[in-house]
Write a protein that binds this ligand. Structure first.
Ligand SMILES: NC(=O)c1ccc[n+]([C@@H]2O[C@H](COP(=O)([O-])OP(=O)(O)OC[C@H]3O[C@@H](n4cnc5c(N)ncnc54)[C@H](OP(=O)(O)O)[C@@H]3O)[C@@H](O)[C@H]2O)c1
Length: 275
């Protein structure tokens, strides 16, 4: 069955690879991008694998909540049904940057913007036979991170602590949405794509980058689980789950603190209300 699949960060790495594979299989795509040149490159790659593909592209800056809101509104009006929403875009910020809305940029791009996008597209996902939300997270959720309750983050910024925190937020959101959607035909799943050779590692330089080269897998490996969840006949068995290397992985209870999760939900909803 032909699906309509929305992919954020569709012009690079895992998002681009997933777009190519889905277009080749004949699915309709909604591509979110921020760089026109990268979009042109991606469109010509898509043209080589699927010249007749039905493609729609929307420009967005996920660091800017107004941009996210306006693109979500346009998509919700233009596409009655969305079968799969892949919240894929993500980045490290090597230095601390704040967004126009006063949020730390890593958390805004990787988590808050995707929360707003998801919530604004719920009716479109509900229109699908079984709407699916796939949050591309990471095993880094287990690593040391800033506290979820510290909205400003520490004055002494560290990119890894910010990134890890954003990836944990995606996993916590996945668990919370499963409960919120219990009466809906929508499933939500987090995925760890694995250590994949993409542009995300570009900001890392020197010896660490050199070491990374040996552990990173080709980009095709990064889409295996995303593809499986997007296309399987029924995704209810992975609803609320964290999938890594094609297996359900139990997230330790200490990462799913109820108070922390409630606080995250309140912060996320507050952003949705103001925008
Ligand atoms: N690669 C890995 O080893 C690995 C491991 C675990 C998890 N992940 C996760 O996988 C996801 C995809 O990353 P990737 O590895 O494919 O990296 P990537 O090649 O750098 O792709 C990231 C995508 O996010 C987009 N993006 C970043 N900031 C944005 C913003 N402000 N507004 C709009 N789009 C923005 C980028 O846009 P441009 O195309 O314009 O740059 C790009 O398309 C991320 O969520 C990442 O955390 C990756």
């Amino acid at each position: 069955m032909k699906k309509t699949i929305l992919i954020t960060g569709a012009t690079s790495g895992i998002g681009q690879q997933f777009a190519l594979e889905m277009a080749e299989l004949g699915h309709d795509l909604i591509l979110l991008y921020r760089d026109k040149n990268k979009l042109e490159t991606t469109l010509s790659l898509l043209d080589t694998v699927a010249p007749l593909a039905n493609l729609h592209a929307y420009s967005v800056d996920l660091a800017d909540i107004e941009s996210v809101k306006s693109v979500a509104l346009a998509i919700s009006q233009n596409h009655e049904q969305i079968d799969v929403l892949v919240n894929n875009a993500g980045a490290f910020q090597m230095t601390k940057e704040m967004t126009p809305s006063g949020h730390e940029k890593t958390m805004m791009v990787n988590y808050f913007s995707h929360f707003v996008l998801t919530m604004m597209l719920l009716d479109n996902l509900r229109a699908a036979e079984q709407g699916r939300i796939i949050n591309v997270s990471s095993e880094c959720y287990k690593l040391r991170a800033y506290s979820m309750d510290d909205s400003e983050m520490m004055p002494k910024y560290h990119w890894g602590l910010a990134y890890n925190r954003s990836k944990l937020a995606q996993i916590q959101l996945t668990k919370m949405l499963k409960d919120k959607f219990k009466d809906d035909n929508i499933t939500v799943t987090s995925v760890n794509p694995g250590a994949i050779d993409t542009n995300i590692y570009k900001p890392i330089s020197g010896f660490m980058r050199f070491l990374l080269k040996f552990s990173l897998k080709p980009v095709q490996n990064g889409v295996i689980d995303i593809r499986d969840i997007a296309l399987r006949a029924d995704s209810s068995d992975v609803n609320g789950e964290f999938i890594s290397k094609s297996k359900k992985v139990t997230v330790d209870k200490r990462f799913l603190n109820t108070q922390q999760m409630q606080s995250l939900w309140q912060q996320s909803e507050a952003l949705l209300q103001v925008c």
